[in-house]
Write a protein that binds this ligand. Sequence first.
Ligand code: ZN
Length: 441
Amino acid sequence: MHEVGIADVSGYVPAYRLDDYLTRETASSPDVSVPGPDEDAFTLMWESLTGLPRVEAEGPVLLRVPDSDIETRALVAHARSNGVLGEPAAVIPLAPDAGAPDLLALAARLAQPGLGLLVDHRRPAGAGAPATASAAAAVRFGPPRVARVAAVAARHTLTFDRWRTGPAPDQQDARFVEEALVAVEGDALLADLLKAAGRTTADLAGVVVTCGTRLRGARWAKRWEVPSVWQAGGGTGGPGASAAHALLTALDRLRAAGPDGAVAVLDLGWGGGGAVLTAGTDAAEKPAEPAASAARGTKAYGLAAWHGRATEAPGPWTSPAELWREMPALLGPTGYRCSDCGGIGFPRAGVCELCGSFEVADRPLRRTGVVATHSVDHLFDSSDPVQMVVVDLDGGGRFFGQAVRDVPRRLAVGDRVRLVLRRLHTASGLPHYFWKVDLDG
Ligand SMILES: [Zn+2]
């Protein structure tokens, strides 16, 4: 195997959790992270990308995005439009059921700098089906600053564990998964990985497992003689359901383990795939800290929002022609600057709003600023009154738009804020993205 490292990592875990009623109704864990009403697979991916250092040329982009209603090239085009993604040398989509080890194995085979993107985003299969966790992970492969991929392995065996492709089956045979899938295939896979990495279980800080059902971690830690066994994202969902969570958990635990740390990742189903990650060159300098967004206050989901009512626009508010014409500037965001009066405006226009001059040129706008004023809209059809905010952007220009739904409190005049990309609505079958206002930091 060629050596490949993870140079940078950025994760995003949405702040929403199910309220008490929905937790009971769907037999879900209250800890499961679910996307806000205006978050989808693309906005989760965008959030994870904003945490990576910006580069012009990405190398190959390895992308796993399940349950999205826009195609892979559209995802890449949207991310290119607002500058969070450099020019990819190639875009390589992975199957919707690919796990974190599949991404690491492909990166190891390619053995060149590139970008890996994993998005966990699934709506529940039915009314009473358990919620599966959502998150996004972005990693830049290259020099092993964060981690080394010390080994990858895969087993392809007929375990008949009742997993299927397609929508996540919500009823796994938990006893079969533990007795056969984890006990037999998990043991064998872990042994293969440790052999390939030249390590023993004594070297591991722990094992991250995804297997479609909740495990009793202490029991498996004892069996494998490792300090801990972790399950990412609540443990439920079908193949690949918690790939982003698994990768973020493994890298978090690796960081906590220090410069000699090693963590195994197992993704089990019809055999399985696995990887061993060892500490990167920056390990000693990095303090152990949880994933950035895990610390943020969470917000409970109400029933109306869960059913997606809030994101459906009632009429044909958009069209392919309108999106084609307006989206690149809106997503930039790109405004104008008037060379006669020096005014800066948004959105882009052919005439200066302030002095009427035609001497205007495109100008990229900053995405941070200060709240100038705001109001709360009680008439908009929403389960939660929407706050509308005017922002004086750093470097000039004013933005008017909605506050994000999961903002920890109502925004106030003078607050430092940033613009985040969210799905504004879906109309005529087309997703329409726009900026919303969130507290900065
Ligand atoms: Zn002007």
